[in-house]
Design a protein around this ligand. Structure first.
Ligand code: NAD
Ligand code: MG
Length: 388
């Protein structure tokens, strides 16, 4: 029996992970499940999977969680400290699927206990990539990517010598606004940004896909996880989302990874790695698909990509600042306080301000300096909003 925990169990990735676990219930001993305000779903899954502990991120949700789990013997806990405590429980495999920088500390804690960390929470690599990778290395833990593009690159590299890689291409669907003019993008509404043409995901990443901030985070994620130079990493718009990534080698060969747009693919690969097992994902019928469409991304309409390149050039705390400003700007867009294009304007202003004044270059990233930069960037993003 493999002991596993799922952080962000009530979200889109968490639920897809649980779907795979439930199909092979006997193989897993579920230790911790965590969620947010969706206490009923969390309690339901904790019961169904016989978890040891269910954790809600919010203290005010604890009474409801306790109530929902009464008589089951399943422990109910709440708050940031409880999340870290849950991450300290001995397991073989941990899914990191909390959304946002809130996923960083639990992931780091889990790594310190030598678990294999299936990492969907790309924000932790963007904010603190070197810290996370160093922590995995020094504790003999392993991080497996759970982003469709990064899982694809990882798979294309199996058996290859990474020094022979010339370039890596991650694909982007282009989102719902792929062919919108800059003028029209100004008017993009929340409901329109929440509809993704090919993937079914949580609300935040869906909006990030519409603005291409998701791809911007993924550029940095590729750099931090695999260590490729920024100029080796390219973004290619591919509306169908069948090709997830391509790896180009020194002899000109391009190895592509194709699959249905279903995250159970990347999750299942990380769950069974280094083996491959049957997965309940649709098989591609390429004759039926007929044509694969590709186009270059437009950094003028989607400035997030250009900003990601600046972040990689600055290094240090720039990733933490970029991600936090983006999260704050996204909160403002979700609450309809700013327009769609204002998100990139806010992020760019915060990044410029913070990289010109105090230096974002630090000797070493620590959880403390990352969280401090994160906090300041969020505060600045809210002040920039007032000047718009
Ligand atoms: P989601 O919004 O559906 O779920 C997020 C989960 O995190 C929920 O369980 C929620 O309760 C929990 N959570 C939210 N805020 C929290 C906080 N402050 N503290 C603790 N827990 C909190 O998100 P998702 O779409 O499943 O995405 C999860 C992560 O996976 C993100 O980092 C995202 O970028 C990444 N990812 C998602 C997909 C996808 O298809 N959904 C694909 C690739 C990567
Ligand atoms: Mg992705």
């Amino acid at each position: 029996m493999r002991r596993i925990s799922i952080f962000g169990a009530t979200g889109s990735i968490g639920q897809s992970t649980i779907d795979l676990i439930r199909r092979d219930r006997e193989a897993y001993d579920v230790v911790a499940l965590t969620g947010g305000r969706n206490v009923d779903l969390l309690a339901h899954d904790a019961r169904a999977l016989g978890a040891e502990v269910a954790v809600t991120a919010y203290e005010d949700c604890l009474p409801a969680l306790r109530e929902a789990l009464s008589g089951t013997g399943i422990q109910a806990t709440a708050g940031e400290h409880a999340l870290l405590e849950a991450a300290e429980r001995e397991v073989n495999w941990t899914m990191s699927a909390i959304v946002g920088a809130a996923g960083l500390a639990p992931g780091l804690h889990a790594l310190r206990h030598g678990t294999t960390l299936a990492l969907a929470n790309k924000e932790s690599l963007v904010t603190a990539g070197p810290l996370l990778m160093r922590s995995a290395h020094s504790h003999g833990a392993r991080i497996l990517p759970v982003d469709s593009e990064h899982s694809a690159v990882f798979q294309a590299l199996v058996g290859e010598d990474q020094s022979e890689v010339e370039r890596v291409i991650i694909t982007a669907s282009g989102g719902p606004f792929r062919d919108w003019s800059l003028e029209r993008l100004k008017t993009a509404r929340l409901a329109e940004a929440c509809t993704h043409p090919s993937w079914d995901m949580g609300q935040r990443i869906t909006i990030d896909s519409a603005s291409m901030f998701n791809k911007a985070l993924e550029l940095i994620e590729t750099r931090e996880y695999f260590g490729f130079a920024p100029e080796q990493i390219e973004v290619l718009v591919h509306p169908g989302s069948y090709v997830h990534a391509l790896v180009g080698f020194r002899d000109g060969a391009l190895m592509a990874h194709l699959g249905a747009p279903d995250m159970r693919h990347a999750i299942g690969y990380a769950l069974h790695w280094p083996e491959r097992r049957d997965l309940p994902v649709a098989r591609l019928d390429l004759a039926k698909i007929g044509t694969l469409q590709f186009e270059a991304p437009d950094e003028n309409r989607f400035p997030a990509l250009r900003l990601a390149r600046e972040v990689m050039a600055i290094g240090g705390l720039a990733g933490a600042v970029f991600n936090a400003a983006k999260e704050a700007a996204l909160d403002l867009f979700i609450t309809e306080k700013i327009g769609f294009l204002d998100m990139a304007r806010i992020v760019e202003t915060v990044l410029n301000d913070m990289s010109s004044g105090v230096s974002l270059r630090v000797n070493a990233l620590s959880l403390d300096n990352v969280l401090e930069a994160d906090k300041e960037a969020r505060a600045r993003a809210f002040s920039v909003q007032k000047t718009l």
